[in-house]
Ligand binder design. Structure first.
Ligand code: 6GU
Length: 225
């Protein structure tokens, strides 16, 4: 799989690409991640990429030309082009699974007040990572890349991908490790029982309890099924 990230702040991705699971996935050639500085596609003085909005208003707007040129220069016939914006459709685990099925995705990070709306003619979809505003699309690009790469076969072991939160619209069950007693806080007896049927039942009950408590919206999705 190939992921291209178009950004004005390539340095923000350094730590992200150079640590842990993402680094290992790249080394194992499970994924190619290209960080592309779209400022280099500007043909204006000082490589300008933004200007003031028509009609007035605060801030600067990203211009069509450098972004569209960057898209055209890097896309192929099977590229899915995604614009990262708080106006997009909300990202979730199901979307991560869907993106994993693509050969090539391109993530475009915005900044400032937003994009010239005409850029939408050159992208396939708009995606947001939630109902809050960030200063740019770089953190969303990292969040999406991370969530997709960890799903690629062989990147993390399959069992942990199967049992994780949001699989079947349930949050994950609680886990414990040594010591069995930490300042009087004890690990539930059932986990020490060695009875795997009981352990599985306990874990499922805990998943339901936690989901009802923290995410009643997910619980309703389950009731619909
Ligand atoms: Cl994709 N971009 C920005 N700037 N803010 C966001 C977002 C994206 N998703 C949630 N907030």
């Amino acid at each position: 799989m190939r992921i291209d990230i178009l950004t004005l702040f390539p340095n923000m991705f350094k730590g992200f690409l150079e640590e842990s699971i993402i680094k290992r996935a790249m080394e194992a050639k499970k994924v190619v991640i290209n960080i592309i500085d779209f400022r280099k596609y500007s043909t204006l003085k000082h490589q300008k990429v933004d200007d003031t909005p028509y009609g007035g208003g605060a801030g600067m707007v990203l211009m069509c030309e450098p972004i569209v040129k960057a898209i055209e220069d890097n896309k192929t016939d099977d590229t899915l082009v995604i614009l990262l914006t708080p106006q997009g459709k909300t990202y979730n685990q199901q979307k991560a699974e869907e993106l994993k099925g693509h050969q090539h995705i391109m993530l475009i990070c915005g900044h400032y007040e937003g994009f010239d709306e005409r850029i939408l003619n050159f992208v396939d979809e708009e995606v947001s990572i939630g109902d809050y505003v960030l200063t740019g699309g770089e953190i969303p690009a990292m969040a999406i890349t991370d969530s997709v790469v960890r799903l690629i076969d062989g990147v993390i072991n399959d069992a942990s991908a199967q049992n994780e939160s949001f699989h079947d619209n349930l949050l994950d069950y609680p886990t414990y490790t040594k010591p069995s007693n930490f300042r009087g806080l004890k690990v539930p007896d059932v986990l020490m029982s060695g009875n795997h049927a009981k352990i599985n039942d306990y874990r499922y009950q805990e998943q339901v309890k936690k989901t009802k408590e923290n995410r009643p919206d997910l619980m309703e999705k389950n009731d619909e099924n």
